[in-house]
Structures are given as structure tokens and as C-alpha cells.
Write a protein that binds this ligand. Structure first.
Ligand SMILES: Cc1ncc(C[n+]2csc(CCOP(=O)(O)OP(=O)(O)O)c2C)c(N)n1
Length: 375
């Protein structure tokens, strides 16, 4: 395995000093090392992967240097537009190094949302005309691959990608801490809200542990899974799935259980929810200020004001709570609240170690959910 220090030091020897991206579980150790060792001005955790490509392009315009953009392959789709219409040699021809975590690599068992993306990861790079190497887990080979990548970038001015398999990097534990000022865990907040939603209401939950914790709560309390649409992939789009349902079923309340990282990833969605004004839409953001599901790297979640943003976008009500008492009180108020409503619940980072994953397939989830909605 490669030590994150070796990898970042080797890139530094080739002049790579700027990092931006969205964290990934396979890149968890190297992302944590970057968060701890690269000064904040030279490491920006972006809203989404396309934004990261654009940030690194701006960095190049200002410095004539090459930045590194890291991502999970789930985020490749978000990069296609800026890679094809900004950095490509047929447009502005801006060099970048991409570091892509390869979830769902064919032959390696992974969750259903990663299978398709895993199959098309290298094909997408080929289609885009981006040269790549699958990063070796062995230092000497990895050093030569980095040399090849950086030489190619310097000679051609083109984007180059290093694709990273599972277990490529040694463990590195994130030292950066997010102050644990909030008494509630995300799981307690999820259970409290899920318990309180009206019997005919449905929940659209976001990618990562929020959906996993909701699934386990429903299983443990024998409630069945038909009322929940678990958005296991498609990070950042849960609120628009919920909006699409809310507009067609106005007499039913639709809850979106969002994460701060996911809400920020496609924050433009708030403007559309606010302008459509669905009177049955409640948008809950479980804000732990972190990309908790993939290693706990910080988001801008605790630096921005979600309720104010929602109100400015046209939501009719917005609330922020940080304790169980406040949440219990709010859930009563919410019964008659004007909608669309935003509820920010500030929670602390972290999860139960034995947290499982949904045992139903996405198709089973969809069919049970549509059956419930058809009633
Ligand atoms: C487009 C895309 N980029 C990155 C990921 C990897 N990923 C999965 S969950 C997650 C973090 C989600 O953070 P947040 O919404 O704040 O929820 P939390 O995990 O903190 O509860 C990330 C980055 C992904 N699934 N899809």
C-alpha cells in the first residue's frame, strides 16, 4: 500500500501544490492527509466535482501551475461538462491531474449504486480523450506512474487521471476536528423525525449514512420500508426527487432527509423548490458540518445559514434546532407550518460502528415506494 505522505510528497516534487475535490471513501486516507497537511488556501473541498475542476482551472489561470482534483468515480458525471467545455484541448486547454476513486470496479463486490459507474469509469475517460493509469499499490511503480502523468501533463498541457482501486492507501486518521458542540447524533435526530412523520407521508433520503440509518430504524421498529425512497446514489438530488413527487401528490406530505454536503452539492435546487412553492414539502438538513459518510472531512455546512438561504429562495418557513427538546417542540409546530419549509437540525459527527446497509435492492425499494404512493 502507499502511504498518503509518500503520495503527496511525490506530487509536491512535481510541483503539485493545490488540491480541490469532493471526498471519497476509497481516497479517505489521502483526503484526510491533504486536509491535515495542505494549508486551507491550497486545499478547497468543493461543492461538487465539476466545481472542483473549475476551481483548479482558475488556479492554473492565476499561477500557470497544475492542480489536483480528487473525487469518487460517482462524481465523474459532475465533471463531464467542465472537462469537455473548459479544460479540453479543443477549448481552453487547461492542464489538471485527476485522482479518481474507483468504486464498483468490475470483479470487486460493491454496493448497487456503484456497479454501473464502476463499469464505465475508464470508458468515460477514454471517451473524453483523457489518458490515465490505475495507480499501483507499490511505491516504485507508483513513483514511475506519477512521473509519467506529470511529464505527460507538462508536455501536452492535457488533463491526466490516476484511477485508485480499493486499499491503495495506508491508513491515515484525520486529525482535523469539527467542534462537537451539538448534543444530538444524526441517528437520534433521524429516528425522532421519522417517528413523527404523518402515516401517509413519505421520505426521500439522501446518499450515505442518512439512508442507512433510516433503513435500520424502519427495520428495528417493524415499520416496513415502503414509505422511504433511499437515494443511494445521485448525491445532492434527493430534494429534486422529493419535489417531483410533491408536485404530483399535493395532498401528501413529502419529507426530504438531506445532508449538508449533499444540499450544498446541488444547492441550486433550493431556488427551484422555493419558486415552485410546494405546500406539502419539508426539507430537513441533518447538518454535521461534514462529509461524514466518507471520512468526516469538513463541509461549509456550519459556516453558512441554511434557513436564511431557504427563505431567500422562497421557502415559506425555516427553522434551526440543535437539541432534542428543541426538535420535539418543532415537530409539533411543523404540523401546521407553512410549506415549503426548511428544517436545519445541527447534529454531531459520527455513526454507530455496526451500522448496516439496506438489504433491499434499489428496484425492490422503488417498487414498494411506488406501491405506497399509489394508495
Ligand atoms: C456525486 C458524488 N460525489 C461524491 C460521493 C461520495 N459520497 C457519498 S456520501 C458523501 C458525503 C455526504 O455528506 P453529507 O450529505 O453531509 O451527509 P453525511 O454523510 O455527513 O451524513 C460523499 C461525498 C457520491 N456518492 N456522489
Amino acid at each position: 500500500m502507499l502511504s498518503p505522505k509518500f503520495f503527496i510528497d511525490t506530487l509536491a516534487s512535481w510541483g503539485v501544490e493545490f488540491y480541490t475535490g469532493v471526498p471519497d471513501s476509497l481516497l479517505k486516507n489521502v483526503c484526510a492527509y491533504i486536509t491535515d497537511h495542505i494549508e486551507p488556501r491550497r486545499h478547497i473541498i468543493a461543492a461538487n466535482e465539476g466545481g472542483a475542476v473549475a476551481l483548479a482551472a482558475g488556479y492554473h489561470l492565476a499561477t500557470n501551475k497544475v492542480g489536483c482534483v480528487y473525487m469518487q468515480n460517482s462524481g465523474q458525471g459532475n465533471t463531464i461538462n467542465p472537462l469537455a467545455s473548459l479544460t479540453d484541448r479543443e477549448v481552453y486547454h487547461i492542464p489538471l491531474l485527476l485522482l479518481i476513486g474507483w468504486r464498483g470496479r468490475p470483479g470487486v463486490h460493491d454496493e448497487p449504486q456503484h456497479v454501473k459507474q464502476g463499469k464505465i469509469t475508464t470508458g468515460l475517460l477514454n471517451t473524453m480523450g483523457i489518458n490515465y493509469e490505475v495507480l499501483s499499490k507499490e511505491e516504485d511503480t507508483a513513483r514511475r506512474q506519477i512521473e509519467k502523468a506529470m511529464t505527460s501533463i507538462k508536455e501536452t498541457g492535457d488533463v491526466y487521471a490516476l484511477v485508485v482501486e480499493k486499499d491503495t492507501f495506508d491508513t491515515y486518521t484525520l486529525q482535523h476536528t469539527i467542534p462537537d458542540t451539538y448534543p444530538m447524533s444524526r441517528e437520534e435526530a433521524i429516528q425522532t423525525v421519522a417517528q413523527a412523520v404523518e402515516p401517509e407521508a413519505v421520505v426521500v433520503s439522501t446518499t450515505g449514512m442518512i439512508s442507512r440509518e433510516l433503513f435500520e430504524f424502519r427495520a428495528a421498529s417493524g415499520q416496513g420500508h415502503g414509505k422511504d425512497f433511499l437515494t443511494v446514489g445521485s448525491m445532492g438530488h434527493a430534494s429534486h426527487i422529493a419535489l417531483g413527487i410533491a408536485l404530483q401528490q399535493p395532498s401528501r406530505r413529502i419529507y426530504c432527509f438531506d445532508g449538508d454536503g449533499a444540499a450544498i452539492m446541488h444547492m441550486g435546487g433550493l431556488a427551484i423548490v422555493g419558486s415552485q412553492k410546494p405546500a406539502n414539502f419539508i426539507h430537513i438538513v441533518f447538518n454535521n458540518g461534514a462529509h461524514d459518510s466518507v471520512g468526516g472531512q469538513p463541509t461549509a455546512g456550519h459556516l453558512i445559514d441554511f434557513p436564511a438561504i431557504a427563505l431567500a429562495c422562497g421557502y415559506r418557513a425555516a427553522f434551526s434546532v440543535s437539541s432534542r427538546n428543541e426538535l420535539d417542540g418543532l415537530l409539533t409546530t411543523l404540523r401546521d407550518a407553512a410549506c415549503p419549509a426548511m428544517v436545519e437540525i445541527n447534529v454531531r459527527k459520527g455513526n454507530r460502528k455496526d451500522l448496516g446497509r439496506p438489504t433491499t435492492t434499489p428496484i425492490e425499494n422503488k417498487e414498494a415506494f411506488m406501491h405506497f404512493l399509489s394508495k
